[in-house]
Design a protein around this ligand. Sequence first.
Ligand SMILES: NC(=O)c1ccc[n+]([C@@H]2O[C@H](COP(=O)([O-])OP(=O)(O)OC[C@H]3O[C@@H](n4cnc5c(N)ncnc54)[C@H](OP(=O)(O)O)[C@@H]3O)[C@@H](O)[C@H]2O)c1
Length: 243
Amino acid sequence: MPDNGMNKHALVTGASSGIGLSITQHLLAKGYRVTGISRRGIIGQEHALFTPVALDLANSKQIELTLKQLLAGNQFDCFIHSAGYGEFGSIEQFSVNRIERAIQVNLTSALIICRHLIPAFRARRAGRLIFIGSESGLNAGRKGALYSAAKFGLRGFSQALRDDCASDNIQVSLINPGMVRSPFFDGLSFAPADNIENAIAPAQIAELVHFILNSGDNIVFDEVELSPRIKSINFSPPSQASD
Ligand SMILES: NC(=O)c1ccc[n+]([C@@H]2O[C@H](COP(=O)([O-])OP(=O)(O)OC[C@H]3O[C@@H](n4cnc5c(N)ncnc54)[C@H](OP(=O)(O)O)[C@@H]3O)[C@@H](O)[C@H]2O)c1
């Protein structure tokens, strides 16, 4: 049943897979219009309330162009940044291109999108932003230098934005999940172990996003941390790094 999403419009990055796909499906089911950004654009099936936007978030110029076009024809009520990917290894294993791309897609793209969205939110004195961070943005460890650099950055951005925007009635939240069972681990040398208690389900993050979007105007969920009850990991032989 549609609920208070009626007539609301969400902009979601990473809409084609995993957490972002689940958020998109959840919000559509609640009656939101969703514009979904990803390279693939698609979410598997057509939906009358869904507008796909095929965009590579590694391309700053293309982000700027697309956001200008989107904002010319749409009024967004909320933005959820879920696009991202993991790069794990020692820093000397990564080419400069690969470092720049990981920081760009996981972090810089969110800053550029917000640069365009925030003025419209301020003008209307309304807007909600939710960033999908990571437990790697709370604590860094072995092989996490590049991914944690991006996720710590996203956390700093979210904290500052939260205070910068509060007086204009804009609420900024960061969700820091532990392992979520999604295609994120395709191509990585580790994944959550197989039992249900070893991973968060993407639908559980989607429910949380919807809950935060429906919270009162007088409060902000600054950061939410959640993790699987049993943190058991399967390891496989590492794949070769390449550009
Ligand atoms: N899975 C976990 O355990 C976990 C835990 C904590 C945090 N996170 C974070 O949660 C977010 C979503 O991850 P997920 O688990 O849902 O992974 P996923 O299933 O691999 O989804 C990643 C999404 O990001 C999009 N994306 C990747 N590169 C892109 C690019 N260059 N341009 C545009 N879109 C791009 C992908 O779309 P296309 O491929 O179509 O471009 C896809 O929709 C990420 O920020 C990740 O860091 C994940």
